[in-house]
Design a protein around this ligand. Structure first.
Ligand SMILES: [Zn+2]
Length: 214
């Protein structure tokens, strides 16, 4: 069960990836986690990654792919895994496919969690976070008891920079340019499955379980 999650930022693919990993006892693999693990363990790949990150540069596709392949070769991933946040671009997807070909492996499911842009903008722009305790709210879906004030510590709620509508729109633009072409890429490989991401966490997960055959 080798799974790739696709979806715009804010579509909820990370949440679904976690649920899949829990349900099927397979690792949830994100590039951020792999980078951190390799850097803290001081591996050869980790040292290379650290150089780029320290210089504020993007980690090159090939190195990222080497790290992903190294991670999916570990014994806990023998029965499968959920890749979240990689690949993000067609060149990354091609590099991953080639690396997996060499090992006689292939992705079994590319699950695209689909949410219209306007819904994502509404979701993100309604999020509020407490600068004191880190509690999160949504002005529409999970409002605090008193408007703008944290229920737990009574501090004034704030909006993350990442959730500002202009930032969200920019990230969506990058997604549509770089990542959404992967939908066609995996469709031609006959492993694409699209789910409606607007129906709520549990319903989306049910739809995914139907695809994976429970
Ligand atoms: Zn608080």
């Amino acid at each position: 069960m080798k799974i790739i999650m696709l979806g715009a930022p804010g579509a909820g693919k990370g949440t679904q990836a976690e649920k899949i990993a829990d349900r099927y006892h397979i690792p949830h693999i994100s590039t951020g986690d792999i980078f951190r693990a390799n850097i803290s363990e001081g591996t050869e790949l980790g040292k290379k990654v650290k150089k780029y990150i320290d210089q504020g540069q993007l980690v090159p596709d090939e190195l990222t792919c080497d790290l992903v392949v190294d991670r999916i070769s570990k014994s806990d991933a023998a029965n499968g895994y959920v890749l979240d946040g990689f690949p993000r671009t067609i060149p990354q997807a091609k590099t991953l496919t080639d690396a997996m070909d060499e090992r006689n492996e292939k992705i079994d499911y590319a699950i695209s969690v689909e949410v219209p842009d306007k819904d994502i903008i509404e979701r993100m722009s309604g999020r509020r976070v407490c600068p004191g305790c880190g509690a999160t709210y949504h002005i529409k879906h999970q409002p605090p008891k008193q408007e703008g004030i944290c229920d737990k510590c009574k501090k004034e709620l704030a909006m993350r920079d990442d959730d500002q509508p202009e930032t969200v729109k920019k990230r969506l633009k990058v997604y549509h340019e770089q990542t959404s072409p992967l939908i066609d890429f995996y469709r031609t490989q006959d492993v694409l499955y699209q789910v409606d991401g607007t129906t709520g966490i549990e319903t989306v997960f049910c739809d995914i379980m139907k695809i994976l055959g429970v």
